[in-house]
Design a protein around this ligand. Structure first.
Ligand SMILES: Cc1cc2nc3c(=O)[nH]c(=O)nc-3n(C[C@H](O)[C@H](O)[C@H](O)COP(=O)(O)OP(=O)(O)OC[C@H]3O[C@@H](n4cnc5c(N)ncnc54)[C@H](O)[C@@H]3O)c2cc1C
Length: 386
């Protein structure tokens, strides 16, 4: 039986786990397998990279060779896993390489959800979920004066703000009636929308895109037809309507999957010596596609893999929305929470708090000057997994 810890994926989850594990265990052989370049970059930077004039190459903080040296690991880049045998504890790559494992970790991330669109340019719609996507996106912006963004969630709003920094007009389209509908109460949504609109963004709510077709002009060469029959022209269409955990590989290996790869608080999947973390994992019923949960998961799983079984703990984990037009922090209440929002709007911000009937703070949303309350409020919100 192999002594190796094998991690599938070299995103924030895979690399953070590898780094945490190496702090505790310098010797166990560590193998990472990645579909991509195998270098280290910070994915959250993809949605504010235009403002910083970043290229895909300059976003790479450490290439694969540097990560191999730092982690004392083997990295298989641009590799496709063709089969996992959880009884024999082996991973087989498409090129025939067979890797045995003592413990296997899925850190394979999530896929962008695609709207079923009609039209002769439906296949030109982009999503930006990794460095290669960013390279394609940035490369197609030359000469573009307007971009249609499908989805008014966190990532759609961040890209809208980033495009404004290049003088490109974004039009954000969503079936919902407002921005960040799942993360902000109505008045806070309206403040964020107003600030983005003041900076030059446009919005179309209550409609979805149904088709994308080519029309003549190079800078504005696509026509997006909406569900209400109206249309708008744009040079590029960017889809940001959400992510779906990558579960196919795990399901094919016979693991239990639901919304994500099902794990308990030890990040253990349904087969022995198999674990999952990051965007692909559903941990004790929660799928949380953000950086802070990954940090918590990586520290806990590293300890477990180093011989000290450690359940993951989730404190309150506020998320910063990277919209410089209106700095925003969200810490949404649990989906099933009962309670009510109180919202205080001021000239320079918005302080929204969600309380349970007994007065316990369960979540908050802070905009503008109110964002400085972030730490103080986070300590009052009960953790999700304690
Ligand atoms: C534009 C954008 C902005 C964001 N901004 C923020 C933010 O401000 N704050 C925040 O908290 N979160 C943010 N997020 C979310 C955060 O970046 C993610 O939660 C996190 O990066 C996910 O890391 P991951 O390692 O789970 O997945 P990924 O980074 O997607 O990594 C998955 C890895 O698995 C590999 N892989 C996939 N399939 C296979 C396979 N079959 N075999 C082998 N390898 C495979 C991939 O090549 C990749 O290396 C943002 C996300 C996006 C897209």
């Amino acid at each position: 039986m192999s002594a190796s810890v094998v991690i599938l994926g070299t995103g924030l989850a895979g690399f953070t786990l590898a780094r945490e594990f190496r702090k505790l265990d310098k010797d166990t052989p560590l193998v990472l397998v990645s579909r991509d370049h195998g270098g280290f970059y910070s994915k959250p930077m993809l949605s504010n990279a235009l403002a910083g004039n970043k290229t895909a190459a300059s976003l790479v903080m450490k290439d694969s060779d540097k990560m191999v040296a730092e982690l004392n690991a083997t990295i298989h880049n641009r590799a496709t896993v063709s089969r996992i045998d959880t009884a024999a504890r082996t991973v087989e790559l498409a090129d025939g390489t067979r890797i045995g494992y003592r413990d296997l970790v899925f850190a394979v991330g999530a896929d962008p959800i695609r709207l079923p669109l009609e039209g002769d340019a439906a296949d030109t719609v982009l999503s930006v979920n990794d460095l290669d996507d960013y390279a394609t996106f940035a490369g197609r912006l030359d000469g573009v004066t307007s971009v249609a963004i499908l989805g008014a969630g966190l990532i759609g709003c961040e890209f809208a703000n980033d495009l404004l920094s290049r003088g490109i007009v974004p039009t954000v389209i969503d079936l919902a009636p407002r921005v960040l509908p799942r993360l902000l109460p109505e008045a806070a949504s309206e403040r964020l929308r107003a600030k983005l609109a003041e900076a030059g963004a446009q919005f179309r709510f209550g409609v979805s895109a149904v088709r994308v077709d080519r029309v003549g002009d190079a800078g504005n060469g696509l026509r997006v037809t909406l569900s209400d029959g109206q249309a708008l022209d744009a040079g590029l269409v960017l889809s940001a309507i959400g992510l779906r955990p990558r579960t196919t590989l795990a399901a094919e290996a016979g693991l239990q999957v639901n919304r994500g790869i099902v794990t308990n608080r030890l990040l253990a999947a349904s087969a022995g010596h198999v674990h999952a973390l990051g965007d692909c994992a559903e941990v004790d019923g929660h799928t949380l596609p953000y950086v802070m949960p990954i940090m918590q998961q990586a520290r806990a799983l590293a300890a477990t893999l180093a011989g000290n079984p450690t359940p993951v703990v989730y404190p309150a984990m506020p998320v910063i929305v990277k919209t410089p037009a209106c700095p925003t922090v969200v810490c949404p209440p649990p989906l099933d929470a009962s309670g009510a929002w109180t919202v205080e709007l001021t000239d320079d911000g918005c302080d929204a708090r969600f309380h349970r009937g007994d007065g316990q703070l369960l979540g908050f949303a802070l905009l503008g000057a109110a964002t400085k309350q972030r730490q103080a409020l986070a300590t009052q919100v009960p953790g999700l997994l304690v």
